[in-house]
Design a binder for this molecule. Structure first.
Ligand code: C5P
Length: 247
């Protein structure tokens, strides 16, 4: 069960500043978080982020940093100077332990409770076992995407990160392995009738919550809907039912 009463994080994947601000305002109060990623941030940078953050919804700044430790730490130190701090920031676990440790130190320079949560992307939900084999991951002895996601999560947990971004099917194992406070941020969320798109490791909002997901990242099923607020309300009703079932 998510510790967040509203675990819905809507991904505002658009290069259009007015559209992002309009959606953030329209969905304020209905979602728990908004997510700004590469498409928005490369177009509008810190000033655009500030415009969305001023809407008052906690922001997941999904920039997925992945570089040498010194560069990632420097990037995060710059983000930690934003006037309104994000609620969540992230890096790729594949950057390795030294990079994850440098990232944690940069974020931990901010005192609690203002300090953003730092999570590590494990295996992208757009990748399946065939993709991982192509990339050279060892898929012998029945190893699958979950196996590699758990291995990367163990490194992130060992470096003191707050949690991971992982696929819905890996949530229960993350919880079993690293405890219920280890944050699971879960994309690949597809309500029953939604198009899969480029996501391969998917689940419904209810199933992800029942597995113990902390935060559900939902983009196109909300932003491409003819009525995004109605889409959020439908997902929230499913989340609430799943929470009740989990109590
Ligand atoms: O539109 P959709 O629901 O697929 O959007 C998912 C969002 O989550 C996108 O913004 C994507 O960048 C992000 N994401 C992801 N897989 C990860 C990490 C982030 O899909 N492992």
């Amino acid at each position: 069960m998510s510790p967040y009463p509203n675990p819905i994080c809507v991904a505002l994947d658009t290069p259009d500043l007015d559209r992002a601000v309009g959606l953030a305002r329209a969905l304020a109060g209905a979602v728990g978080f908004v997510k700004l990623g590469l498409e928005f941030f490369y177009a509008h940078g810190a000033a655009g982020y500030q415009r969305v953050a001023e809407c008052g919804i906690p922001v997941f700044l999904d920039l997925k940093l992945h570089d040498i430790p010194n560069t990632v730490a420097g990037g995060l130190r710059s983000l930690m100077r934003l006037p309104i701090l994000p609620a969540i920031v992230n890096v790729h676990a594949l950057g390795g332990a030294a990079m994850l440790t440098a990232a944690r130190e940069a974020v931990h320079a901010v005192p609690s409770p203002d300090r953003p949560k730092l999570v590590a992307v494990t295996v992208l939900t757009s990748l399946d076992a065939i993709d991982l084999a192509t990339l050279g991951f060892d898929m012998s002895e029945g190893a699958d995407a979950a196996h590699h996601a758990l291995q990367l999560a163990a490194i992130a947990a060992g470096c003191g990160l707050d949690g991971v971004v992982c696929g819905p099917a890996e949530v229960a194992a993350m919880r079993a392995g690293f405890g219920r406070h280890f944050m699971t941020v879960v994309p690949g969320i597809r309500p029953g009738d939604a198009a899969t798109g480029d996501q391969k490791r998917i689940a419904t909002p209810g199933d992800a919550i029942k597995a113990g997901a902390h935060i559900l990242v939902v983009g196109r099923p909300i932003t491409a809907a003819s009525d995004p607020l109605a889409a959020v309300r439908t997902i929230k009703a499913e989340v609430d039912l799943a929470h009740e079932a989990a109590v």
